[in-house]
Design a protein around this ligand. Structure first.
Ligand code: ATP
Ligand code: MG
Length: 596
């Protein structure tokens, strides 16, 4: 595979990039001193002993000096006179509501071993509901509130949910239609939308029940190995898989919040991911609470101006977002960004897809902070490889394995996994098993789970290479790699080069079957504001790609698109572009964002 060189190979960090002392400065020393058991002890959880995510994240603080600190700051949907109104909920208040919620479940006979499905916007009840259920030993499975009726029903059936937490509006619009197809569901708890609670047949009103129970609810004891969360994957490559996670995962969330997000207790932190997928749960709910920080929650959808305004007005210090959002901000142009200032911002990280080098640099130029890309999956439960405060960023690289994580490039040989030691050789990304947040099964798919492991290794299905400095570079998903005339081409590399062009906002590259060369590279691009799609621009882009990549790797065709199809977790669905291009069945679209 060819390798292009990023225009900036490395961003050297100066100490002034951090307004407070980073959590660690010596990567090698931290790695060699690290042990998961020690982190568990710092957190007050003994790994093999009793451990409950909600106790560590919430109950612990609610009894201590953190009691009155704001846990979540909910932003109002409307902006009045250029200002946001907010609603704060302290650690103490959140814990009280979570305890009441635990009692609501108990009163309904829901306990350990039950599964609660959640589909609600980012409102306070979603957060105390999740935590109250975890306190009760009840497994939580979050869904995007924007899912249609069928994706919701399919997941509830697969996970045999016995209770669902949702809102009145969502119930009336979607869930009522499929209620009969979810026979395992014993109770549906409705969160009120604005206005007064109304009776909806076949459901229970949450506010009413919360008022009836008291707030004394001792925790149901759980072990580190007890199931806590059921997360469905994004469905980027096929039908979403249900990944089972345990309470002990909190130990990973705590350690990675420290290393990869540089969380300090006085931070105001904004994770833009919805709790409907694993990032929004692990790093939008659990990790920030474990660290005792204040999290900002915006219930609204993406809007470039709104987001810049939130960064500025709510004094965000640590920001965790996704490439697709960054690309949309880039698309909106620098003038908008320059209308705001971000003096409190000190650390920006991204996850979910490869982060193009240009996006890393945009962060530096526009926000004043280069963006720290990090890599992980639903299956890993937490961040595994990251650009951290402790070392320089190489734009386009996912960074280095965090302390406690052993990552390798491997190849499979006669059914065995062989570690590739030489740097800069591509192969499958594998992790040595043993980190606490590793998934413990795919729901109803024991075979697939077993096939993900070989000896000591978990095989990720992603391709990567490791350079001589130990940085990992994402090449593509094993499914997406294009084989053309003897070359193996990673779509990310081609997309990065297209993104270098001033007109391009987003690019997606697929392989199209070809009799002569196996597959040819084909690209779809969207344009930034102020650029027009025409033949001249197409030729210019083809020329730019050929110059940077060589004729064998550059796209043979480029289509302009208004939008690219994304999953709700913000990933480009290349398989859908390919299916459409080839006139093949579109496959499972349950996670497709409706606007795309
Ligand atoms: P499915 O498994 O259902 O096809 P998915 O793999 O997109 O969906 P997630 O678990 O949400 O579901 O996403 C994990 C994947 O996202 C990783 O395996 C990787 O392909 C991609 N990814 C995440 N972060 C990064 C990153 N920083 N750089 C490159 N790829 C990333
Ligand atoms: Mg996956």
């Amino acid at each position: 595979m060819t390798t292009t060189t990023a225009r900036t190979d490395r961003i050297y960090k100066s100490p002034s990039e951090f307004l407070v002392r980073p959590n660690f400065v010596d990567y090698e020393a931290e790695r060699s001193a690290f042990s998961w058991g020690e982190v568990a002890r710092q957190l007050g959880a003994d790994e093999d002993d009793m451990c409950n995510i909600a106790e560590l994240a919430l109950d612990r603080h609610a009894m201590g000096p953190q009691r009155d600190r704001t846990a979540f700051r909910f932003v109002n949907s409307e902006i009045r006179d250029g200002e946001f109104g907010t609603e704060d909920i302290s650690y103490g208040e959140l814990a009280e509501q979570a305890r009441r919620f635990t009692n609501v479940l108990r009163r309904l006979g829901i306990g350990k071993g039950d599964t609660m499905f959640v589909a609600a916007g980012r409102v306070p009840a979603l957060y105390y509901g999740i935590l109250g259920a975890l306190r009760n030993g009840t497994v939580v499975s979050p869904m995007f509130s924007a899912f249609g009726p069928e994706p919701i029903a399919t997941r509830v059936r697969l996970g045999e949910g016995t209770v669902m937490l949702t809102t009145e509006k969502l119930y009336r619009r979607k869930i009522a239609k499929v209620r009969e197809t979810m026979p395992s569901l014993r109770h549906i708890l409705l969160i009120d939308d604005d206005g007064s609670p109304s009776e909806v047949a076949g459901t229970l009103n949450l506010a009413r029940l919360m008022a009836e129970v008291d707030d004394d609810a001792p925790l149901t004891p759980t072990k580190a190995t007890d199931p806590a969360l059921l997360h469905f994957t994004s469905g980027t490559t096929g039908t979403p898989k249900g990944a089972i996670h345990v309470h002990g995962a909190a130990v990973t969330h705590y350690a990675t919040g420290r290393y990869a997000l540089d969380l300090h207790p006085d931070d105001i932190y904004w994770c833009t991911a919805d709790p409907g997928w694993v990032t929004g749960m692990s790093y939008g709910v659990i990790a920030p609470l474990l660290h005792g920080v204040t999290s900002v929650v915006d219930p609204a959808d993406f809007d470039a101006e709104r987001w810049y305004r939130i960064l500025e007005q709510l004094d965000i210090s640590v920001w965790y977002t996704a490439p697709t959002a960054i690309r949309m901000l880039m698309k909106a142009g620098p003038e908008l960004a320059q209308q705001f200032q971000y003096p409190k911002l000190r650390f920006v990280a991204s996850v979910g897809e490869p982060l193009n080098p240009d996006a890393v640099l945009w962060g530096r130029d526009v926000l004043g902070h280069a963006i720290h890309d990090n890599w992980w999956q639903t299956e890993t439960g937490g961040i595994m490889i990251a650009n951290t405060p402790a070392f320089d960023i190489k734009p386009g690289s996912m960074g280095r394995p965090l302390p406690g994580v052993d990552a390798f490039v491997v190849r499979r040989e006669a059914g065995r996994v062989v570690i590739v030691d030489e740097p800069n050789v591509e192969g499958e990304l594998a992790l040595r098993v043993g980190w606490p947040s590793m998934f413990r099964g795919y729901l109803n798919n024991e075979d697939r789970y077993r096939e993900s492991f070989s000896g000591d290794f978990y095989l990720t299905g992603d391709l990567a290479r490791r350079d001589a400095d130990g940085y990992f570079w994402f090449v593509g998903r094993a499914d997406d790699v294009i084989k053309s005339a003897g070359h193996l081409i990673g779509p990310f590399e081609v997309e990065n080069v297209l993104m270098e062009h001033a007109a391009v906002a987003e690019a997606a590259v697929i392989g199209i079957p070809d009799d002569m060369v196996g597959e040819v590279v084909h690209a779809f691009v969207t344009l930034k504001v102020g650029h027009v799609a025409n033949e001249a621009l197409r030729r210019e882009l083809m020329g730019h790609a050929r110059k940077r990549l060589g004729a064998a790797v550059a796209p043979k065709g480029i289509d302009f698109a208004e939008q690219l199809p994304h999953t709700r977790s913000g990933k480009i669905m290349r398989r859908l572009l390919k299916a459409r291009q080839l006139g093949l069945p579109e496959g499972d679209l349950s996670t497709l964002e409706s606007s795309s």
